[in-house]
Design a protein around this ligand. Structure first.
Ligand code: GNR
Ligand code: NI
Length: 170
């Protein structure tokens, strides 16, 4: 297992559209395991492969209280159930220390492949449903700040640029 570096906004590589996984082989299983280690280490509840600069359709997640229930979603597809939408405070490991309310579908139906390559389906709501939509967006090169006003997004951009200057003084 290995911990992978996480790309941070406004890195253009976060805008890459991920390609489907053709076969769940040892390489993909290794990626899944490394992503879980990276997510748990960073104390996130989800992580998309895009965030670790691997542009394949792979997501890991764990929304349990004690981080004991890893979920693996390979080639995920979801459809909203009903038109109920709900705003929720979101954060992102690629945009540290910034949180904003994002409205998303309250319930979704998910289809994906598991770590064993077997297809499964599930219904999700609340935090899990939000997280699925947030991670799916990463695979499409979309970040939650894209849903904010230009003014707010510019503010986040400045904050992140300052953070990166402080991390690597010229
Ligand atoms: O850790 C995370 N918390 C979170 C909270 C509300 C909605 C979505 C998320 S996902 C985020 C981890 C992350 O950046 N995943 O891409
Ligand atoms: Ni994120």
């Amino acid at each position: 297992m290995a911990k992978l570096p996480i790309l941070e906004f406004p890195d253009e590589r976060l805008r890459t559209i991920a390609t489907p996984v053709e076969a769940v082989d040892d390489e993909v299983r290794q990626l899944v395991d490394d992503m879980l280690e990276t997510m748990y280490d960073a104390r996130g509840i989800g992580l998309a492969a895009t965030q670790v600069d691997v542009h394949r359709r792979v997501i890991v997640m764990d929304v349990s209280d004690d981080q004991s229930r890893p979920l693996v979603m390979i080639n995920p597809e979801f459809t909203p159930i009903g038109d109920e939408r709900e705003p929720m405070q979101e954060g992102c490991l690629s945009i540290p220390e910034y949180y904003a309310e994002v409205p998303r579908a309250l319930k979704v139906h998910l289809k994906a492949l598991g770590r064993d390559g077997q297809p499964y389906e599930m219904e999700a709501e609340g935090l899990l449903a939000h997280c699925i939509q947030h991670e799916y967006d990463h695979l499409e090169g979309v970040l939650f700040v894209d849903y904010l006003s230009v003014l707010k997004r510019d503010r986040v951009m400045k904050k992140m640029q300052k953070r990166h200057r402080q991390m690597q003084p010229a």
